[in-house]
Design a protein around this ligand. Sequence first.
Ligand code: GLN
Length: 193
Amino acid sequence: MNIGVLAVQGAFIEHENMLRSLGAECRELRCREDIDHLDGIVLPGGESTVQARLLTELSMMTPLKKLIESGVPVLATCAGLILLAEHIDGGEAPHIATLPVTVRRNAYGRQSASFCCRASFGTMADVPMMFIRAPFIESVGDGVEIMAHDSSDAQNITAVKYKNQLAMAFHPELTNDTRIHEYFLKLVARRRG
Ligand code: GLN
């Protein structure tokens, strides 16, 4: 299976290393021509405004959107979640906009900009979650399955699944726990049949 990892900016190498350790082939997506014959897509963390500008300049936004709409599974982390969201709190224009959620960027403020917690993710218990200037999800639309909350009293939504889109506010690729990537590869395998 051939996984395309968006590699215009941000933490993409860590995703590639984790996916390769699980036996998947990865291709770095750096230009429009790279977006071809993919079985899955990874949108890494980084800076969503920079990534969005580069995706537009490189004419990669529309082909990525089409591929995701066609059902190719996508794993999006942090800035990747912001790229997928249909709504961004604060009035910023959405980007790929295939995921019916509202996100709030830099939602944890400056003081707790980066932190780690353990929480469940769907049926997986005790998953380590690393948050780096992370967004959270304020609300979800119809058909969106909530996969995780943070461990604060507010229980903010930190991960969702919608059709073949798996998106989270934290960085599973920066831990040693491979379960979320394995889950994503199962979605890819299921779609390939
Ligand atoms: N704060 C970044 C943004 O708004 C996301 C941070 C991350 O990807 N770790 O795009």
